[in-house]
Write a protein that binds this ligand. Structure first.
Ligand SMILES: [Zn+2]
Length: 187
């Protein structure tokens, strides 16, 4: 679901972008696109939180709850934002939460497959880079009109997001295979 939601949301948004219904239809479609992005951020992180805090069940449950609340706040901000900068900023809390989980895996007692963390870091970097490219509007900023059909920042962003989703898929597969044979150390 995490992998499919943003893809479906973006396809629907772009497919009906030429609708003549005016601003109202456009805003609804854009919100749908944003909900897709929020869902991959939310659902995609749940297995990561679950596995990283596997050996601390009460912390794990609390972290899952906090992350879902943060995500609900993020979804509200992203769907009501009026600018691209604000839209990207809606995801800051989720990103910081995941970043602290990664730190806990590297320097603390977080667990998980030794191969998945690298994939998750690439995933987040690609997504962040995609969001930034979309905001700074490179390359069309330098040659207005030349990239209207191909190679504009928005398309680059979508390609990066798709790659990011593939890394999420690979990382989660690594973790799920790893969890089958892992036993938390006894107290
Ligand atoms: Zn798009």
């Amino acid at each position: 679901m995490a992998c499919l939601c943003p893809t479906m949301g973006s396809v629907l948004y772009h497919l009906f972008m030429n609708h003549v219904g005016g601003e109202h239809v456009y805003d609804t479609l854009l919100s749908l696109d944003m909900v897709g992005v929020c869902l991959v951020n939310t659902l995609g992180a749940i297995p990561i939180i679950y596995i990283t805090l596997l050996c601390y069940p009460s912390v794990q449950q609390t972290a899952l709850l906090v992350y879902i609340l943060l995500s609900a706040h993020g979804i509200y901000c992203a769907t009501t934002a009026r600018t691209n900068v604000r839209r990207l900023r809606s995801f800051v809390w989720q990103a910081l939460f995941r970043f602290s989980l990664f730190l806990f895996r590297v320097y603390g007692s977080g667990v998980g497959s030794p191969n998945s963390l690298r994939l998750f870091v690439i995933m987040d970097c690609l997504a962040l880079l995609g969001g930034l490219v979309n905001i700074v509007q490179i390359p069309e900023r330098f040659k207005p009109g030349l990239f209207d059909n191909w190679g504009n920042s928005h398309q680059i962003m979508h390609v990066m997001v798709i790659c990011s989703i593939i890394y999420l898929h690979w990382g989660t597969l690594e973790d799920l295979a790893w969890i089958k044979s892992y036993q938390c150390p006894a107290e």
